[in-house]
Ligand binder design. Sequence first.
Ligand SMILES: *Cc1c(COP(=O)(O)O)cnc(C)c1O
Length: 452
Amino acid sequence: MDTTREDGGQRRIDAGRRDRVIGAAAAAGLVGERHVAAGFLDVDGVRGTVAGLRAAFGTGVPVLHTFAVKAAALVPVLRLVAEAGMGCEVASPGELALALAAGVPAGRIVLDSPAKTGAELAGALGLGVAVNADNFQELDRIAGLLDGRAGAPTLGLRVNPQVGAGSIGAMSTASEHSKFGVPLRDAGARERVLAAFDRYPWLSRLHVHVGSQGCSLDLIAAGVRATWELAEEVNRRAGRRRVDSIDLGGGLTVNFDDDAVRPSHADYAAHLRAAVPGLFDGGYALVTEFGRSVVAKNGFTAARVEYTKEVGGRRIALTHAGAHLATRTVLMPDAWPVRVDVHRPDGTRRHGPSEVQDVAGPCCFAGDVVARGRALPRIEPGDLVVLHDTGGYYTSAPWAYNSIPRPAIHGFSTAGGAVRFATVRREQSLAELTAEAGGEYADALTALGGRL
Ligand SMILES: *Cc1c(COP(=O)(O)O)cnc(C)c1O
């Protein structure tokens, strides 16, 4: 059910199939005049991507592949990736609740929240969820909670190998001053890690996540290698395998330039095998935590064009694709550019003469532009603009600015020929939106009194 095709040895998303899906979505009214924006997720594509990830690591080493929930915090998506063979990486009580609601067994969940409360830790330990501690204070807190408890889940310590940042500072977790994990190159830190393993017999895992978008395979491999070397040192000192699993994190960069899947999970695994061969000798169980690379290229967003106009000699399309659903792209356009295609109201793609245009959103601030000065087919009112590669983070990070309802997310499959859709999340209603905005407390402030 792989929906990508080989093209000169590189995997590519099938653009023709995607156009067919957009046509079917327009015909079904999933996006258009009534529903002005919607997200779409390729179910066949996600299945194929997870199969590719599993194949990339092979069967030589035990691996638990977890899906980083923050990349698509949607219960049906978590159930889909779980059915395809992944567990979940969660980083908050909410994400843990979503993974459990999806039916993911506790033993296939890894908890990585940076600031876990005592209650969050106690809950995770009680459920049997693996925990990666961020720092020494958290280790001590876990020790207190474990006191007298039998059968603790796998417990690990996150390290920061301080190998440097990638091209996006905010996405780089292994820089000198990153807030995550124990900074290995700081004076005395390595010794404190070794001492922690001496003190806490239940500690058995090291965890590293070098960063996300913008981190090269070389940078990720350097961070993993430093972590593996530390595991070897702990084990040498102990004279036995104190560290018996290594959690490699996630962070494979997504190509936002075209339909090529590059780098692939196979590229990642091959790179690691070359840079850290000891990782694959069977002595360590491995955990991965991929988010964006599982879903990003398996999703797109479609939104209706309401009006077009000429401003300062340039055509601007006023659309329903804005900062509320492409927040990072609008606020940090250089770091998060998205490709845009133009489709007619019936969903067929417009080709042909290009004109430099802006694609603006519906939010009330001047910067609400998802694509600026882009050469695109001439956009007409009623058209659909399609933002590509938005299957990760875009669906899970809507912004409530301007109280615009969260759009629906639809999954689709073309297995068996016809395009079939399933609702993943319905469009937020105005009643739900009002409730979220304190609707039930409408008189709370006036009732406080104090009227002069
Ligand atoms: C966000 C995150 C991931 C997933 O990162 P992607 O770039 O989506 O693959 C994995 N592990 C940790 C600890 C994270 O914070």
